[in-house]
Ligand binder design. Structure first.
Ligand code: G6P
Ligand code: MG
Length: 215
């Protein structure tokens, strides 16, 4: 394929926020009286806040009315925002800044496609709020990954056909979203978990332009 744009997921790809999401969900589960495992947490990566809560409640065997659910997602988000309030450029994941710079130097377009409604706050805290050519976040989309809406939206804003975009994702739902949108996808993390991606690297530290152009 001819690569013209790179679209990055944010949480767990550019910045180390995935662990804070997990901490906050685990704390909520504990309050509800059950232990939320890291394995179950994989299913929450990349999906919206409310979908995450629904999955969490399902694993705990709990059914609640909508009003209670809104309160619980608000509570989780308050804790999560506390955790991420201290984020700084030091929390950019290993190799991410270097790879972003290489991609920029090679004149490719660069976008962010994240389900998070906290995207802007996070980008600001890590000093990357002016870096990307286009940012589409959870405030602008209607359908959660694995729906391709978020990535198609970024591609559209970048004015690049989906077939020329490569998505970088740490979530199974995100990889499926890329594929559903007709984009190539690099998984960031474990190849056991992310085997649906075209290529898997442990972190962006392992990623090179050669690997990108060989997709
Ligand atoms: C990202 C994360 C998910 C999170 C979602 C919504 O995609 O991977 O774990 O639930 O964003 O984040 P928010 O910050 O809006 O609660
Ligand atoms: Mg992610």
């Amino acid at each position: 394929m001819k690569v013209l744009a790179c679209i990055f997921d944010l949480d767990g790809v550019i910045v180390d926020t995935a662990r804070y999401h997990y901490l906050a969900w685990k704390r909520l589960a504990q309050e509800l009286g059950f232990y939320f495992t890291e394995k179950n947490n994989e299913r929450l990566k990349g999906v919206s806040r409310m979908t995450s809560l629904n999955i969490l409640l399902e694993t705990g065997g709990i059914k609640l009315p909508e009003e209670d659910k809104i309160q619980l997602t608000d509570k989780k988000n308050t804790w999560y925002k506390e955790y991420i309030s201290e984020l700084s450029p030091d929390d950019i994941l290993p190799g991410a800044q270097k790879f972003l710079d290489k991609v920029r130097k090679d004149n490719l377009k660069i976008g962010i496609g994240s389900a998070s409604k906290n995207t802007h706050l996070i980008l600001k805290n890590i000093g990357l709020d002016k870096f990307f050519d286009s940012v589409v976040d959870g405030n602008k989309i209607h359908r959660s990954k694995p729906d391709p809406e978020v990535f198609l939206n970024v591609a559209d804003k970048l004015n690049i056909p989906p077939g020329n975009c490569v998505v970088f994702e740490d979530a199974i739902a995100g990889i499926q979203a890329a594929r559903n949108g007709g984009m190539a996808c690099v998984g960031i993390g474990s190849d056991k978990i992310l085997h649906e991606a075209d290529l898997v690297v442990k972190s962006l530290k392992e990623m090179t332009l050669e690997k990108l152009y060989s997709l």
